[in-house]
Design a protein around this ligand. Sequence first.
Ligand code: XIL
Length: 430
Amino acid sequence: MLGALLVTAPAAHAADAPLRDLAAAKGKVMGTAVTGSKLTGTYGEIAAREFNALTPGNAMKWGSVEPTRGSFDWAEADRIVDFAEANGQQVRGHTLVWHSQNPGWLTNGTWTSAQLSQLMNDHIALEVGRYKGRLATWDVVNEPFNEDGTYRQTLWYNGLGADYIAQALTAARAADPAAKLYINDYNVEGVNAKSTALYNLVKSLKERGVPIDGVGLQAHLIVGQVPSTLQQNIQRFADLGVDVAITELDIRMQLPSDSAKLTQQAADYKAVVGACVAVARCVGVTVWGFTDSDSWIPDTFPGQGAATPYDENYAPKPAYEAIAQALGGSQSTEGCTATYSVTSQWSTGFTGQVRIACSGAALSSWKADWTYGAGQRITQAWNATCAQTGTAVSCSNASYNGTVPDGGSVTFGFNASWSGSNPVPVVTLG
Ligand code: XIL
């Protein structure tokens, strides 16, 4: 046998388009929650470059805009809307009617039903009216359900009954007829009691002619726990005739993070974004903060974090690449190499292998392509699916070996025929 021939392919430096361009090419929104005061420097650059929609993380909540009754602070909300307009981004208003982050004067007051109704309607008229024509979407009602699908006992439910939801939607439509009106909740990503309650509510609102344009699935998820029924659930809402948005995606893990967790997280991000891409009426995905330095997770879930696509220092994580891929971008293979070698050769045939190894990077799927220069032909492959058209060979991962972790490798093999000479091709990784 001949000695093994070795060549290391240069890693492809796929200069991926920004997420917002990839999303736009698919007719989708790729958004992020933001903090208004941070919209300068690197944070501002990434927010503007990568996203075509912004959601104020806190700035439009009632407690933020009217901390004292009748005295308003729109500074942060205005700043975010101005920034979005300057950068060609949509804004998702968040949120009008909720049980949380309300001003003390509201929650501590004693109100009759008539007063509560008036307060809610006035608040909606004022806030939606202020941004009329400038916001694409409003999360009108946030988190109305308990886990078992019963209504959450809130200020609004207790005072006005379940119809506060219809009232709020009607008031929002009157204040800005062009804005898409949503009900938004968490733990409604898969098919379960809570999402079914939301489904039944939306169905009945539609039947009654109450203005409802969409359903927001927050998607505050845990690594390795993307609901298997996510796409099916998105589809059933779409089939009701409403839009669906993933509104607050983050995928948390027990700290410290490590490469295995980050690789799983990337696969999870890919699954969520992929599920949205797969359903026409899923309008897009918003991440709840794009950097781990601006995430609510560590404060709310002690010991957990690393939930967003960028680390604290604004370095993109594997999750970033995964989102890009789910949006149709080509994977950056920087940090990964493909090594082609002939392991044995006889008069008419040879056995070859390709080893894909990553260091400082990881892949969640792979494709290795090369061109044969001397008439070689693949006859059989294992641990990959290989196809040859003319001189062009393209091998992609099997179902079980798409992941190449940071510091790890995957190898596949093949038999091929040759005659005359058997030069080693250059492998391109994709
Ligand atoms: C969170 C914010 O990110 C935090 O900064 C704040 O302290 C608490 O609220 N569901 C929602 C969001 O609808 O408004 C919440 O945002 C996260 C859960």
